[in-house]
Each structure stands twice: as structure tokens, then as C-alpha cells.
Design a protein around this ligand. Structure first.
Ligand code: FAD
Length: 404
């Protein structure tokens, strides 16, 4: 009998995805929370050459680091019984834009399949608290996004997690999507892939990602409880994430290339209430510095005016210096702008009829949940117009929302 041990943590999105996949397929496994076991945490680091990557799954003692659902299906011999059909629309990305498109399209009875490479919720899922989404004075990102996903699936949308779309191809009147986990087909496609954090592109960054250098405080911050961290950046995201880290770490050291923070007043007011924050303005990041065992030690910076170089030490660093759109997989098919955002007209139509874009990956979008939701609504209208012009009949059975 196969023995399976999964090392994870409650706050890790890929752990949630992998656990859900195992449960859906009735696979028994032992789940070990690395936050509750020093020994487990050390084992994960040993398996991954010093990197703290979860989920790490041991299948008959063979380690798999953050395996996607396709790999789990293959290694565990799980039959692929997913329905293979041509959906009225395949939506790439289960963030606010993609989920909203699905809610609206399903209400029009268009069948939708959402392909998501990680877990539901996109960037908003990684946000501790959202306090500017109308209707909620304050709501946690995971709760808001789970509500959107539940609404979409209750209306009949199918969500496939762990599916990374690698290419979209026009084949006659339909689109074929190539992924890490098989092919999928749609009469239309909505690209709602959002954006990801930019790297600093300085020496030692690549080697230290996952073991000292991070891009998501909600995902990896818990590793630094009572330790010191550096936050690189000076905008809203850097402040929001840095303040979250300051709640449970010993010290947060902000490294900002500009003279001042470029963040909203609310964050600046909150910042002033912490006594465990140090701020280094006007510093260019030169390289990450390691100790004699090649473990993270700090960041070398240069003062923009004096030219003085210095090493700021800490146990880890979090980088929040802006976002880049997740559009590499579609760059050969649709027109992008010089910053790689998808160009559309004001009806979310890309340069390819039948392919629409919504949310943070679209040129001109404002990176906010409420805006992404609006973009999803507009994309659903556009795909309805497109499918109706092609005389396609909606193919989803009528589903009523189950309201408690
Ligand atoms: C730290 C932080 C704090 C924020 N705080 C707030 C806030 O307080 N209020 C607010 O309104 N907004 C906030 N935002 C912005 C908000 O999260 C985004 O504007 C919103 O999530 C955009 O939604 P989206 O659907 O366009 O993209 P995303 O949320 O990025 O979702 C895109 C999804 O597509 C998936 N994907 C990408 N490429 C592929 C692929 N090839 N195949 C399959 N799936 C793919 C991704 O995994 C992701 O789940 C915050 C953002 C960050 C990063």
C-alpha cells in the first residue's frame, strides 16, 4: 500500500489546493503541519536543499516538491475522469476578474470552465484584510474570494485547480488550450491571469528565492515569527505587507529606493504606530548577501545621494516593487503593449476575436478587486455578444443559486 505524507501549513495556498485534490480523489494521506513540528520543518528544508517549499509530498518516501495536480494524478495512478467537452467559455485565472466573468456567464447559461494554476482567489486571496471592497467594511481576502468561487460553482461553473495554461491556439471556430495537465477546449477564452511580483534582478536573488527571499508575506511570513525581516519597496503593497509582517516579527526594515513612501495616508498613519519598524529611504538594492554557509544574511544597498554602501542584515527579505502581467503564454497570439499588458478595446476584446481580457493583466486596468470585478462583468457581456453573433446556444443547464 502506498504511504503518503504531505508537509504543509494552513496559510499556504498550494497546500490547500493539493489537499483538496487528494480529498476529492479519496486518497488517504498523513498531513503534517510544518508550523507545529520543528522536525517536519527541518525535514522539508533538507529535502529541498535548504529551501522551505511546501507542500512537499512524500509518496513511498519519494519526495515531490509542490507537485501540481497533473503530477499527483500521474504518480498516484488517478484516473482522469474530467469531462472533455467544448465549453462556451474557458476562463484562465480564478481571481476576482475570472470568477466574476464565470458568475455572469453562467447566469446567461453559458458553460464556463475556469483553469487556475494555483488556488482560487488570485492575489486577493493572499491579502490579509480588504477594507475597500464596497459592501464590506473589512473582510479577509480568502473569505471574499471563497464567496465568489462558491457563487460561480453553485451557478454551474467548473474550476480546475493546478492547471497552468501554457498556450492558446485557434482551431477553426474553437480554441484549444494547452496546459501542464492536458488540453481543454472553448468557443471563447477570457484571459484573467492577473499579474505577479517583479524581482529585483540582483545577484543571489534567484538562489535565495524560497530560502530567505520571498514575494508574499501572507504565504511565507509565518516562517519569520519573532525574527527580523527586510521589506524592499515603498508603495501600497510594500506598506500593507510590511505592516502585516510587523505584527508578528521582531523587526521590519524597509528598504525604499525613493526619498519617501508612495503610499496612501492610512498606511503611513499606521506605520507611525509601530515601534519595531526601521526605514531606509533613498537606497538602491545592489545584491543579497549570504554567510559562509551560503544562507541569507542581508542586502547590500547604496545611498542614492552619498553613494555610501552598507549591508542591512535580517533573517529574510520580502520584495514588493511592483507587478508584471502574467501574459507570456499568450504573447504570440494577442497584441500586448510595451509593458506586456494585453491591449483591448473598451469592450475587453483583444486583437483575436473570441479572446477577451479582464483584470490586472489588461492595459489600463486599475489593480483593485472592485475594478477586476467590473472587468469580469464587462468581459461576460462581450463574450455573450460574441457567442450570440455566432449563433451558439448557451449550453449550461439552468442552475439556481442555493441561498441559505
Ligand atoms: C499584497 C496585495 C494587497 C492588495 N490589497 C488590495 C486591497 O486591499 N484592495 C483591493 O481592492 N485590491 C488589493 N490588491 C489588488 C487585487 O488583489 C488585484 O487587483 C486583484 O486580485 C486582481 O484580480 P485579477 O482577477 O485581475 O488577478 P489575480 O487576482 O492576480 O488572479 C489571476 C489568477 O490567474 C492565475 N494564473 C496566472 N497565470 C495563469 C496561467 N497561465 N494558467 C492558469 N492560471 C493562471 C493566477 O494564479 C491567479 O490566481 C492587492 C494586491 C496585492 C498583491
Amino acid at each position: 500500500m502506498t504511504t503518503i505524507k504531505m508537509f504543509g501549513a494552513d496559510w499556504c495556498p498550494d497546500c490547500l489546493r493539493a489537499k483538496a485534490f487528494m480529498k476529492e480523489n479519496n486518497i488517504s494521506f498523513e498531513y503534517i503541519d510544518v508550523d507545529k513540528s520543528e522536525e517536519a520543518s527541518r525535514l522539508v528544508e533538507k529535502i529541498n536543499n535548504g529551501k522551505r517549499i511546501i507542500p512537499t509530498v512524500l509518496i513511498d518516501d519519494q519526495p515531490y516538491t509542490n507537485p501540481n495536480n497533473g503530477i499527483l494524478r500521474e504518480v498516484l495512478g488517478i484516473e482522469d475522469n474530467r469531462e472533455k467537452k467544448v465549453y462556451d467559455s474557458v476562463i484562465i485565472g480564478a481571481g476576482a476578474a475570472g470568477l466574476t466573468t464565470a458568475i455572469y456567464a453562467q447566469r446567461d447559461r453559458f458553460s464556463t470552465l475556469i483553469l487556475e494554476k494555483r488556488n482560487i482567489g488570485g492575489n486577493a486571496f493572499l491579502t490579509e484584510k480588504i477594507e475597500n471592497y464596497p459592501g464590506f467594511q473589512s473582510i479577509s481576502g480568502p473569505e471574499l474570494m471563497q464567496r465568489m468561487a462558491d457563487q460561480a460553482t453553485e451557478l454551474g461553473a467548473t474550476i480546475e485547480l493546478g492547471v497552468d495554461v501554457r498556450g492558446v491556439f485557434e482551431e477553426g471556430d474553437i480554441f484549444r488550450l494547452e496546459t501542464n495537465d492536458g488540453e481543454f477546449y472553448g468557443r471563447s477564452v477570457v484571459v484573467a491571469t492577473g499579474s505577479s511580483y517583479k524581482k529585483l534582478r540582483i545577484p543571489n536573488e534567484e538562489d535565495l528565492i524560497g530560502s530567505g527571499v520571498h514575494f508574499c508575506a501572507t504565504c511565507d511570513g509565518a516562517f519569520y515569527k519573532d525574527k527580523e525581516v527586510i521589506v524592499v519597496g515603498g508603495g501600497n503593497s510594500a506598506l500593507e505587507e510590511g505592516l502585516h509582517l510587523a505584527d508578528f516579527t521582531k523587526k521590519v526594515k524597509f528598504v525604499n529606493i525613493n526619498e519617501n513612501f508612495k503610499a496612501t495616508e492610512t498606511y503611513l498613519e499606521q506605520l507611525a504606530t509601530y515601534d519595531n519598524i526601521e526605514v531606509y529611504h533613498n537606497r538602491a538594492s545592489l545584491e543579497f548577501v549570504t554567510d559562509e554557509e551560503e544562507k541569507f544574511k542581508g542586502i547590500k544597498v547604496r545611498h542614492n545621494q552619498t553613494g555610501a554602501e552598507d549591508v542591512i542584515t535580517a533573517d529574510g527579505a520580502f520584495i514588493f516593487i511592483g507587478l508584471q502581467p502574467n501574459t507570456g503564454f499568450i504573447k504570440k497570439l494577442v497584441d500586448l503593449d510595451e509593458r506586456k499588458f494585453i491591449q483591448t478595446n473598451d469592450q475587453q476584446e483583444t486583437s483575436v476575436p473570441g479572446i477577451f481580457a479582464a483584470g490586472d493583466n489588461r492595459k489600463g486596468a486599475i489593480a483593485q478587486v472592485a475594478f477586476a470585478v467590473g472587468e469580469g462583468v464587462a468581459a461576460s457581456y462581450a463574450l455573450r455578444k460574441y457567442l450570440k453573433a455566432k449563433a451558439y446556444q448557451p449550453s449550461s443547464p439552468v442552475k439556481a443559486l442555493q441561498v441559505a
